[in-house]
Design a protein around this ligand. Sequence first.
Ligand code: ATP
Length: 277
Amino acid sequence: MEPVIRIRNLSKTFGKNGKALHNIDLNVGAGEMVGLIGPSGSGKSTLLRHITGLVRGDQNAGGVQVLGQPMQTDGRLNGNIRQTRARIGYIFQQFNLVNRLSVIENVLTGTLGRIPAWRGTLGYFRDDERALAMESLRRVGMERFAHQRASCLSGGQQQRVAIARALTQQPDVILADEPIASLDPESARCVMDILSDIHQHDGKTVLVTLHQVDYARNYCSRIVALRQGEILFDDKASELTPVLLNQIYGTTSFNEESLPAPRQRLLRPVSGLALGQ
Ligand SMILES: Nc1ncnc2c1ncn2[C@@H]1O[C@H](COP(=O)(O)OP(=O)(O)OP(=O)(O)O)[C@@H](O)[C@H]1O
């Protein structure tokens, strides 16, 4: 079966900063949840941005396909990239909500890739679109905040709204770029539980970059590790040993004690979580 994300021989050079990605080959299959880890500056965000075509790779240096559609080839973006982008939900570390809008208005912006531009400009959304936005908020436990301003929410709550916005987009693929990096541990677990629920129950393909190795091992069955723009590890989470982690991060701090076996997660329905904190 055609992979959902197919990256071939992708390289990226940023001027004086040098090569950020070196000959990356990566396939992500339908319904996988893959954790992308690696030290700061190893190229995780750059790789994610290439997948949606926010950044172009080097000339004559490979390409990216998503859902069977070319996003970019040899440093040129495909002309029809917008349609495929509409099928990719993107979750940012800093949430990227519009503070002056209400929560529900932010979530409704998830429909913009599918509705005529004039409706988006006038803020004219149909009842079924509003119902979908409310359902997405319910899914992340945020429906009772629908009419509050986004600026009134905590970081964890804002990230849940950002996930609801991505759900309203009805994407096939979710890319999450360090979605828990600025959250406290309880909010981080909550956000990862929601992503995991979307993956497990909706069968969405999820590629998530993470700084915290323990979250990656607990939530992702497959882990891809980058170091200096190259893939150093691509295997089951259970194969990621302290020795390998020390190589990936260039440290000696990982050992058996610091790396407990991935916990057996009992997936609870998201509505059953203490989400309203
Ligand atoms: N727009 C840019 N212009 C110049 N250099 C860049 C740009 N974006 C990224 N880089 C460089 O590319 C390399 C990879 O950066 P990237 O942000 O992808 O790493 P990362 O693994 O996501 O890091 P972190 O975990 O700290 O977010 C770094 O050396 C960075 O300085």
